[in-house]
Design a protein around this ligand. Structure first.
Ligand code: OOG
Ligand code: NI
Length: 469
């Protein structure tokens, strides 16, 4: 029996979910095919440069999924399932206030945290929990019934949770157990054919389509599975050319003539899927629900806290100009102008200004060509970069953006839902989320910083000198 380490389990988990989702939502297969073609063409055009933010092997296999659960108990359980695949909670996202319409969830993402693990397979799942205790969305009576409904269901069978704990503790499983784990885990995210209680579903839907999707059914399911592309504008155009209508614009940073930062995403709207309902009069019949959709992403460089502050200011400035009527209301056009005014045009400049994360490596040839030994001010990181002795390699952004996430949720709601802002919302933050999940939710900045610091430490060792950052 061969032992399967976590990363192999994770890669297989992603593949099996991908196969399942492709059977359930055929348009997903189209999206994957088009993404592959976009990436191949991009590689042909850009050569080795195309792999600056991840090897083509990694990018081709790369997916993120999204799932939604209903309670702290379910959140803690799904955390155990993901730990079996080496995926840990990173980042806290509060989508309740990130959108105007009713999106009553708080979220984290489960993903590998070590650079080597990310390089092997970066599968991540954006995981949202219904804030069923938030009185702005649910009154006392509905809260009570929602809790009862969710507490009655079992999303993750005991056998799966036990296998998962063993995989996490032992760093993997033998073939037979691995197969069982994969089968059980994949099945948990399949769309169920259990009849949906029509009256209950509609009651929740009146509050929020997200609430009914989570608390109106007896199981959870993959909400979308997202491939990564190297050129999202190309992808967008090719999908439209195939007659698949995408949402109006690409979320996140605009296309511009400078480094791509953070994350750009776009999606096509949820398609109607047949579901079985149990109606108010007791009859069972079919109906349609629109909840699952297709999304695609392009990843850029991770920004430091200072870079992120600048990003947030640029987004606010874009909003301000749009409200003033600039750019004929086309957000990406206004954003491009703002980017050109504020964001450095080169990666090197981002590094020198401490706006993005990089790993720093030594260019032995450049060092060898120097006549004088490095000393004093030459050893400042900025001078080392400028003189070409040290080369910054961008660290790719592995996380999500709350505003884009809210936009993705929102673009798939047909209705605003309802919320009562006179009520005080329940408090959630990364600390509360850690308690809910039952393990520490890591701040993504810590991970990027650690990776950058490790490269600087290697540099210091190699140069036998202090490199001042
Ligand atoms: C999650 C939406 C967030 C993303 O890519 O930002 C997300 C959901 O719809 O459940 O997946
Ligand atoms: Ni997504």
């Amino acid at each position: 029996m061969t032992f399967q380490p976590l990363w192999q389990l994770r890669a297989q988990f992603a593949r099996r979910l991908s196969r399942m989702y492709g059977e359930e939502v055929p348009a997903y297969n189209t999206l994957v095919d088009v993404s592959t073609a976009v990436n191949e063409d991009f590689m042909a055009r850009h050569g080795a440069d195309a792999e600056r933010l991840g090897s083509i092997g990694r990018v081709t296999a790369e997916r993120h999924g999204a799932i939604r659960v209903g309670s702290p108990r379910e959140m803690a359980q799904v955390a155990r399932v993901f730990a079996a695949f080496g995926m840990h909670p990173v980042g806290f996202y509060d989508l309740r206030d990130a959108s105007a319409s009713s999106v009553p969830v708080v979220s984290t993402a489960f993903r590998p945290v070590d650079p080597e693990e990310l390089a092997r397979n970066p599968f991540r799942v954006f995981t949202s929990m219904l804030a069923a205790d938030d009185p702005r969305f649910f009154d006392q009576d509905l809260q009570q019934r929602l809790r009862e409904f969710i507490d009655r269901r079992t999303l993750f069978p005991g056998e799966l949770l036990e296998l998962a704990d063993r995989s996490a503790a032992d760093g993997g499983l033998d073939t037979d157990d691995a197969e069982r784990l994969l089968r059980l885990a994949t099945r948990c995210f399949e769309l169920s054919d259990e009849p949906v209680d029509h009256a209950w579903y509609r009651e929740l839907e009146a509050v929020s389509a997200v609430a009914s999707d989570i608390g109106g059914v007896s199981t959870t399911h993959i909400n979308h599975l997202t491939p990564r592309v190297l050129d999202i504008d190309d992808l967008y155009a090719r999908m439209e050319a195939r007659g698949i209508t995408m949402i109006d614009e690409i979320q996140g940073p605009p296309r511009w003539d400078g480094p791509d930062v953070l994350l750009r995403q776009t999606s096509f709207r949820a398609l109607a899927e047949d579901r079985v309902f149990r109606f108010e009069d007791g009859t069972v019949g079919s109906g349609a629900l629109r909840v699952r959709f297709g999304e695609v992403e392009q990843r850029g460089i991770a920004l430091t806290r200072a870079g992120r502050d600048l990003y947030d200011r640029m987004v606010a400035e874009t909003d301000r100009r749009l409200a003033e009527g600039q750019g004929n209301g086309v957000r990406v056009d206004v954003a491009r102008t703002v980017w050109e005014e504020h964001l450095p045009r080169t990666e090197e400049e981002l590094a020198l200004r401490g706006l993005a994360y990089f790993t720093y490596s030594l260019d032995e040839h450049a060092l060898g060509r120097r006549e004088a030994p490095l000393a004093g001010a030459d050893l400042e990181l900025g001078s080392l970069i400028r003189s070409g002795v040290v080369v910054p390699q961008p660290i790719v952004y592995e996380d999500f953006l709350p505003r884009s996430a809210a936009g993705i949720f929102q673009s798939n709601l047909t209705d605003e839902g309802s919320r009562d802002d006179a009520q005080l919302g329940t408090d959630y933050d990364i600390t509360v989320m850690s308690q809910v999940v039952g393990r520490t939710v890591t701040d993504p900045h810590e991970l990027y910083q650690r990776q950058q610091d490790a490269s600087l430490a290697r540099l210091r060792e190699r140069l036998g000198a202090v490199v001042a950052a």
